[in-house]
Design a protein around this ligand. Sequence first.
Ligand code: PMP
Length: 361
Amino acid sequence: MAAKNRTWEDKVRKVVPYVAGEQPKDANIIKLNTNENPYPPSEKVREAMEQLAEEADLLRLYPDMDATALVDALAQYLHVDSSRIFVGVGSDDVLALSFMTFFCGGGTLLFPDITYSFYKVWASLYRIPYRTVPLTQDMRIDPAAFKAGPEDGELAGIILPNPNAPTGVEAPQADIEAILQANPACVVIVDEAYVDFGAESALPLLEKYDNLLIVQTFSKSRSMAGLRIGYAVGNEKLIGFLKDVKFSFNSYTLGRPSILMGTASVKDEVYFRETTEKIAKTREWFSGELDRLGFVHPQSRANFVFAKHPAHTGEELLQKLRANGILVRHFAQPGISDYLRITIGRPEQMKEVVRVLEEIL
Ligand code: PMP
């Protein structure tokens, strides 16, 4: 078509969006499909909500664009300087801005072939060429495979979740360090959305590697998916670049409620430990039950388990669980289409899952 005949539609940036897990309207469903926390947020968060109601008049004003109270609380909790923390509207916001900030400088982006499916979407949105790196047979990350191949030219960056999603498999810190050591010339993002359920954080590596960015979220371990808070930790220079892009895009991201309630959550470390430990304990019990029922699954360090049964397809189990009021996540992707990702709920919910699975099998 001649250029002058192009329509407005020809000029649109067309993308294939990320498909999030379903949010059903039926409250009776046992909802184990989006890795939400089955316990309520801290009581301190509810108290902050009450304070907010009393201060409703303040909603007239724009919020603190630096979210200082929240950033300072996180700095204290993580034992780093406030200048090393960046907050956003869920870790998806932080990750999307990070792709824009760190990965658009040319070269190829690397991430695992089985991983958080949003990475591919952001890469396409920002037109970042990418190459997926296969996991090993037992669903581990092979650190040696995370380096530029002859087809890549240079690397635009590397991103991987730890523990990985949807497998739940944790990469040991030595493997993360090996990736950092081999790739000093690009930013390496470790997405620690699920780190609080018993995995080791890469935080200590920040002292040694100035190209490391760690991203965490309030959506899972802090039971606050509904509020949308995420954050990144890195050296001051890296965080500075991220802030420059954010303030070139949308200055006021976190609203007053998020700042107030997020800060309250961070200050209740006792409750945070209690609930994350409870979920890890339920996960261990549930993993044992899956073994007993003949399921195959890698060891999970997250708040979900990724499992398949040799005698049933993933699609079949998904539908039968659904017919029994249990919602889990299934990915129609080659290699993992027989697996179900089952979020860890309360013990009584997981007992019901086991009872239904026994019936189905
Ligand atoms: N990273 C990973 C690996 C995830 O599974 C999720 C949850 N979908 C996120 C990031 C984003 O979580 P949120 O935006 O709720 O912080």
